[in-house]
Design a protein around this ligand. Structure first.
Ligand code: SF4
Ligand code: FES
Length: 139
């Protein structure tokens, strides 16, 4: 089971999957009163209205952050409407971000499903291959 933490305030639950974070800091730039990496807990939902929290979570490129509300129980970022088309965004000096649900077959034959978005390492430095872990920043 993939490690994750949940943070709930009112009707919004934010789900954080640390192994998916590529350290883009989009969340911190969007809402520094809520996403506070030097503090524990590092996500403090009291810092903003829930609509602002949802907007900030939607800026997460890797799928490390998702949210649940009573209207969307499936950790789906609203910006990611289901589509048949898979999109790949190449980040300069960073990962390939795949938008769409993909099945990843590992060398040992195990299959892992990444729903709606996944970021793949292009620099070869990730310790969480084939996924990006933010190590490209030091590469
Ligand atoms: S990948 Fe997502 S959780 Fe990690 S820093 Fe960027 S926006 Fe925040
Ligand atoms: S591209 Fe991010 S760790 Fe390689």
């Amino acid at each position: 089971m993939e490690k994750q933490k949940t943070y709930t305030l009112g009707a919004v639950t934010v789900v954080w999957k640390p192994h998916r974070c590529i350290h883009s800091a989009n969340c911190i730039k969007a809402l520094p009163r809520v996403f506070r990496p030097k503090e524990r807990p590092w996500i403090q939902l009291e810092g903003a209205h829930e609509d602002a929290v949802i907007q900030a979570v939607e800026k997460c490129p890797s799928g490390a952050l998702t949210y649940e509300t009573p209207a969307s129980k499936n950790q789906t970022n609203a910006m990611e409407e289901p589509t048949n088309k898979i999109q790949v965004n190449l980040i300069e000096n960073g990962p390939a971000i795949v938008l769409g649900t993909v099945e990843v077959t590992h060398p040992d034959g195990s299959v892992e499903t990444r729903e709606r978005r996944a970021s793949f390492c292009r620099c070869g430095k990730s310790v969480n291959h084939p996924f990006c872990d933010g190590s490209h920043k030091n590469a």
